[in-house]
Design a protein around this ligand. Structure first.
Ligand code: MN
Ligand code: MN
Length: 303
């Protein structure tokens, strides 16, 4: 593996460890009454203080929100005493990306689901090796979910992690979808079982706070051009939060930034990642780790 030119595995381990440490730091911030904005910014500052950039904005997704919530600037929302919080964190160094997540149950009523999710992640990780079919991993996750009385979320799953691209190549389902694609030695993957007491599907919600640059089309207004260039320069092709632009451009003018983002989206310059909401409003748990696929096993990097 050392002479593989494709990846710098030491760099992957380094971002993995930094991501995990930031995740654990963030976990300590998840308390009743905590502001979601403070959690996201706290973890992002922690990552910056360790000399890393962000692989994506910190996701703080509560209850039926499965993923992709990050606070807008001025977000006053706080964690309720019974919140079930998915914290999803990734550090970046150059083009190497970390990705890991944990669920915190403040209610004490959903521990069983969180345990099931962690058990499914451990079970899946024990199966990861070169030649393993992705549907076999999905089958394992689903069987553990079902055994504990929950449903896996079928339209979310794990993924390959390429340089520059957090979701690339292989898709690792959370159920047996019949895909017999095999994992390959040296591949970087993230496994992420999601479970719910709902129907097991997510749909796009109303809230959109996370975006990613996709192209270089022409836009009409000077403001959209200016913000497009800012995105290009600061976030490259990595996901970013609307909040980051508002903060870094200094004017904090939500309307101007939103209007520019809307224009850039319409022109196809940026892609939107709406909050993913469980369709029947079921409570959602998630567990995620990133690993290097080896011949007979794998090396987890986010720990
Ligand atoms: Mn993640
Ligand atoms: Mn992921």
């Amino acid at each position: 593996m050392e002479d593989d030119e494709k990846y710098d595995y030491n760099a992957i381990k380094e971002v993995g460890r930094a991501s995990y440490e930031a995740l654990m730091y963030g976990k300590g911030l998840v308390k009743p009454g905590a502001r979601l904005l403070d959690i996201a910014e706290g973890v992002e500052s922690y990552i910056a203080s360790k000399g890393f950039k962000m692989a994506f904005p910190v996701n703080v997704s509560v209850n039926e929100n499965a993923a992709h919530y990050t606070s807008p600037l001025g977000d006053e929302s706080v964690l309720a005493a019974d919140a079930v919080v998915k914290l999803d964190v990734g550090a970046r160094k150059e083009e190497y990306l970390g990705d890991c997540a944990v669920t915190v149950d403040l209610s004490g009523r959903h521990e069983k689901m969180i345990k099931a999710c962690e058990e499914a992640l451990a079970g899946a990780i024990s199966m990861v090796r070169a030649g393993r079919k992705v549907c076999e991993i999905g089958r394992e996750i689903e069987s553990i979910a079902t055994k504990h009385g929950f449903r896996p979320i079928k339209n979310l799953g794990g993924h390959g992690v390429e340089r520059h691209d957090l979701h690339a190549g292989v898709f690792i389902p959370n159920f047996d979808n019949g895909d017999d694609t095999e994992l390959e030695e040296g591949q970087i993957v993230a496994v992420e079982p999601f479970m719910t007491d709902g129907i097991g599907l997510v749909a796009d919600g109303e809230t959109v706070e996370i975006f990613q640059k996709r192209g270089f089309p022409q836009v009409r207004s000077g403001e959209a051009r200016e913000i497009g260039m800012f995105i290009d320069k600061h976030y490259l092709t990595f996901p970013f939060a609307a909040r980051w632009i508002q903060k870094e451009l200094g004017h904090g003018d939500d309307f101007r930034v939103r209007r520019a983002i809307a224009e850039l989206s319409y022109a196809g310059a940026i892609e939107s990642f709406p909050v993913l909401v469980e369709r029947s409003k079921g409570i959602v748990a998630q567990a995620e780790k990133e690993m290097i696929v080896e011949k007979d096993s794998c090396i987890v990097v986010t720990e």
